[in-house]
Design a protein around this ligand. Structure first.
Ligand code: RIB
Ligand code: CA
Length: 313
């Protein structure tokens, strides 16, 4: 089976960083065609810098990194320094990147890449607000049907919100963009907080990262040491939830995950519930299912996979 060709759209973010590392450590299953940065956890100048820091940490400076949209389609940018620190990658002391951004806008890279590859052969993996993806779909509607699948981290249903009582951060930052993507008609797999809050970096799991003794293993341990504070204080979690790596792990070992094909719509009108992913989990409406909404993960299997792959870098 040839590796799946993907574009990672991202707002690093410690958990984005681990998702990117896992992808770059898995060339048999994943070919990263490029990384597109978007404003989210921190502003675009930092997310586009952090994406390059992670590529250098992984020893993969051949991967093109593009800067994308610096603000949501309609709303003001909301960032999450309270979770990820002011750099977005607080924790390890990593050097500034030597690799440059690749010329061109991320949206044009997404459009050009989908047009250049056979239809149905490129998967989009958004790990942040969906601004770049929605902008590409709007600017070039012909690319939508060329997308093989969209596997994204975002949303929440039973777990409710992490940035407002009803909304998860990625969707809340740009609900209009999420609405465009969820109405695109392409196959979508959603990794919501319902599942990512079950992928917690407990102390033994963090110790296993550190015990790798490699630059990557130690950096990941230090990232999660920093990034766990928010969730420990808010939820009393046993450790940092590895939101975005669930996307990459799904591409490698989908059998670790389970969910339901349901209708998911995005709240874009009410300020009270803005950005909520309204999942019709019990099929109580006649709205057409449009997304595989993941609710569970074999957490031990996930961390075994992640740790063994990080050991390769
Ligand atoms: O709500 C969690 C999501 O928001 C993750 O993708 C995290 O990196 C932030 O982007
Ligand atoms: Ca992210």
């Amino acid at each position: 089976m040839p590796p799946r060709k993907i574009i990672i759209d991202t707002d690093p973010g410690q958990d984005d960083a681990v998702a990117i590392l896992l992808a770059l450590a898995s060339p048999q299953e994943i070919e990263v065609l490029g990384i597109t940065a978007v404003a989210g956890n921190v502003p675009l100048d930092l997310t586009s810098k952090n994406a390059r820091i992670v590529c250098e940490l992984a020893g993969h400076t051949e991967v093109p990194v593009y800067a994308g949209c610096d603000c949501p389609l309609k709303r003001a940018l909301v960032t999450a320094e309270h979770v990820h620190g002011k750099t977005g990658l607080d924790g390890p002391d990593l050097p500034d990147p030597q690799m440059q951004l690749t010329d061109g806008h991320a949206v044009d890279f997404i459009i050009d890449t989908l047009r250049a590859h056979e239809p149905g052969t490129v998967t989009l993996c958004p790990l942040g607000p969906l601004t770049n993806i929605a902008t590409a779909f709007t600017k070039a509607p012909d690319i939508v049907d060329r997308v093989q699948e969209i596997v994204l981290m975002g949303g929440a249903y039973f777990e409710v919100g992490n940035i407002t009582p009803t909304a998860e951060f990625n969707i809340h930052v740009d609900p209009e963009a999420a609405d465009i993507v969820f109405k695109s008609g392409r196959p979508i797999v959603v990794m919501p907080l319902d599942v990512t809050h079950k992928a917690l970096v407990t102390k033994p799991r963090n110790d296993a990262f550190r015990a790798l003794g490699t630059k990557v293993g130690i950096a990941v341990a230090e990232m999660t040491d920093f990034f766990e504070r928010f969730d420990k204080e808010k939820y009393g979690s046993q450790g940092a939830p590895l939101h975005d790596p669930c996307v990459t792990a799904y591409l490698i070992k989908p059998e670790l995950f389970s969910g339901r094909f349901v209708n998911v719509e995005i709240e874009t009108q009410s300020e009270l519930t803005m950005g909520m992913t309204v999942a019709d989990w019990w099929h109580v409406t006649d709205r057409k299912p449009n997304a595989t909404f993941i609710g569970d993960v074999d957490a031990d299997g996930f961390f075994t996979l992640l740790t063994e792959r990080l050991a390769r870098l």
